[in-house]
Write a protein that binds this ligand. Structure first.
Ligand SMILES: *Cc1c(COP(=O)(O)O)cnc(C)c1O
Length: 387
């Protein structure tokens, strides 16, 4: 019996090494990995530049307190702010810490400008913002909150994609609207550009902040951020999963205006932004900033999309819908989703489930067309087997 607390429904497979798009078991079985640590190993397993970076940094300096200036952290923050909407970045260790920091920053901003009554956040049904208490009750998923009360107050939830409901929920206490640009756990549900724009307009009209949770979708859609496509600028963006290429890391990006209340002593983290993590975060950006990298992600995403659509057209009773864009995709399955995933495993391909019977596909951004073809072949085999 395992001594690990049983909070996960684990598949009985274990791996001893990974390289690029593949994972290997002790027996030497090779799996095409489209889980990639739930979209965290954005450059695949053991990318040479990340391996070299972590080896070099581990000989120099692992951890120092945020009581001192951390050069790698300064460098990563500068690169993130130079290349995005953000003016400042605060580093965390995980996605849930990044979303919680976002909530704190939004509240503190209104406190600072003399409107402390503006402290409530509007969220959407089906959202996922992490597993710490505030993030849990922000998303308010009945399955996740059961038994974890008392409820953390401060959130007003509305149905997904219901603009009128959002409008109605806004009152003098509203500080922010928080949503995922693409709902990951919720089923790779893309929030349409016109909705994002509409929410930005509402926020401007009522002087509230827009928090876009890009913990899952950042870096992955062929742009730096998924919201870029909509042309708007958010106020606060928490990111995590992919930004460390598999090393635990989170960050919260903010504009100068919104950062006003976050002075020395208002927020902190022992580990957040330590030299080892920051070196890896910088190494990920080295690769992402290579010429045409995002363009290639877009092209690969379109190639993958075409292949998936062909299979969907051939097996419309198995695949109901293809969701997502770039290299963040979801297949809405009309058949038994668990069986679909298990059959993919039999065919040596790994995927992960989301809500609404969606199978998530997270190829690493460095994937080749040949490997995408291999995945399409395996998906087609499973569709055939299940027909
Ligand atoms: C995964 C996820 C989180 C939580 O991240 P952790 O690193 O597991 O704490 C928060 N928001 C979104 C959108 C996520 O996908």
């Amino acid at each position: 019996m395992s001594s690990v607390l049983g909070t996960y429904a684990r598949k009985p497979i274990s791996f001893i090494k990974g390289k690029g798009s593949y994972l290997y078991t002790e027996k030497g079985d090779k799996y095409l990995d489209f889980v990639q640590g739930i979209g965290t190993n954005i450059l695949g397993h053991c990318h040479q530049h990340l391996v070299n970076t972590i080896q070099d940094q581990s000989k120099k300096l692992w951890h120092v307190s945020n009581a001192f200036v951390i050069q790698e952290q300064e460098k990563l923050a500068k690169r993130l702010s130079d290349n995005t909407f953000a003016d400042f970045v605060c580093f965390q260790n995980s996605g849930t810490e990044a979303t919680e920091a976002s909530i704190k920053i939004a509240r503190k901003y209104f406190h600072k400008i003399g409107k402390p009554e503006k402290n409530r956040i509007i969220t959407f049904e089906g959202a996922f913002h992490g597993r710490t208490l505030a993030a849990l009750f922000a998303a308010n998923n009945p399955k996740h909150i059961e038994g974890f009360g008392p409820k953390v107050d401060g959130f007003d939830q509305v149905p997904f994609a219901d603009h009128e409901a959002v409008k109605k929920a806004i009152n003098k206490n509203t500080a922010a609207i928080m949503l995922e640009t693409i709902m990951g756990e919720g089923g790779v549900k893309v929030v349409p550009d016109f909705c994002i724009k509409g929410l930005r307009e509402l926020c401007d009209e009522y002087n509230i902040l827009l928090i876009l949770d890009e913990v899952q979708c950042a870096y992955r859609t062929g742009n730096f951020f998924a919201f870029e496509k909509s042309g708007i600028i958010p106020d606060i963006v928490p990111i995590a999963k992919g930004i460390g290429g598999g090393f635990p890391m989170g960050a919260c990006l903010v504009t100068k205006k919104v950062s006003a209340g976050m002075t020395a002593g208002t927020h902190g983290s022992t580990f957040g932004g330590n030299p080892l993590a920051m070196a890896v975060g910088n190494a990920v950006l080295d690769i992402l900033f290579e010429k045409d990298f995002f363009k290639k992600v877009k092209t690969k995403g379109e190639y993958f999309d075409q292949g998936l659509n062909k299979i969907k057209n051939k097996y419309p009773k198995i695949i109901e819908e293809i969701r997502g864009y770039g290299l963040m995709k979801g297949l809405k399955i009309s058949a038994d989703t668990i069986k679909f995933i298990d059959k993919l495993i039999e065919n040596k391909m790994l995927t992960v489930k989301a809500s609404e019977n969606v199978v998530r596909l997270f190829p690493p951004l460095i994937i080749s067309n040949k490997e995408l073809d291999e995945s399409l072949h395996k998906i087609e085999i499973v569709c055939k087997e299940m027909s």
